[in-house]
Write a protein that binds this ligand. Sequence first.
Ligand code: SF4
Ligand code: FES
Length: 256
Amino acid sequence: MSENADMKLKLKVWRQKNRQDKGGLETYEAEGISPDSSFLEMLDVLNEKLITEGKEPVAFDHDCREGICGMCSLYINGRAHGPDTAITTCQLHMRTFKDGDTVYIEPWRSAAMPVIKDLIVDRSSFERIQQAGAFVSVNTSGRTVDANALPVPKADADKAFEAATCIGCGACVATCKNSSAMLFVAAKVSQFALLPQGKVEAKDRVLNMVRQMDAEGFGNCTNTGACEVECPKEISLEYIARMNREYLSAAVSEEK
Ligand code: SF4
Ligand code: FES
């Protein structure tokens, strides 16, 4: 086979009609797949074939297809976003696989992110956590201090930026044996708390966001580190440690 010859794959795809349906794996053949195509383009080819045959296409989430929206949540061969590290599913290329491979494609599995249909999960729990505190209240009366007038140490700006690269994909939850959302929440809390503009509401933010996370039914963090390994943006476990310190100090001051 020449390097660019098209591939043929056997796909085991999770099909589930709706939230209530039990669901199960269906087997499909994907033919004429270019090794240079992305994983989502491979699914497009499969869906075109299914539509031509009068069958229902596979429902899967996607939007930007360039690693920034976090929608393409797929569990591929037992790993969140597939076998490569530091990428999303839309950035995964078919050359990662070999001609004739069998590929298992499943949705995220977490009680707090239930399957809506096939490979699409409901991630509104993440939205509710963000609404609980991932914002900065700004006085827009006209007397607002110009943001550039507030000096920010470079190290803090870098850390805040790193935390802000979290795209809310949910791979950290999907890969955690406890379905913990701590890496996501820690990133969202930290991106504000590390900057002067975010410090004003820092205590309420961390308390409200962690409480909302617990109310959504995410599990506890037991420091296995799986989330850090599968995070496409390589968010570090350090953010969980810093959020734990921030939460403890906010909870103690609340009790006083
Ligand atoms: S912390 Fe990483 S894995 Fe978790 S939601 Fe953010 S980008 Fe995705
Ligand atoms: S489709 Fe947006 S990150 Fe993959």
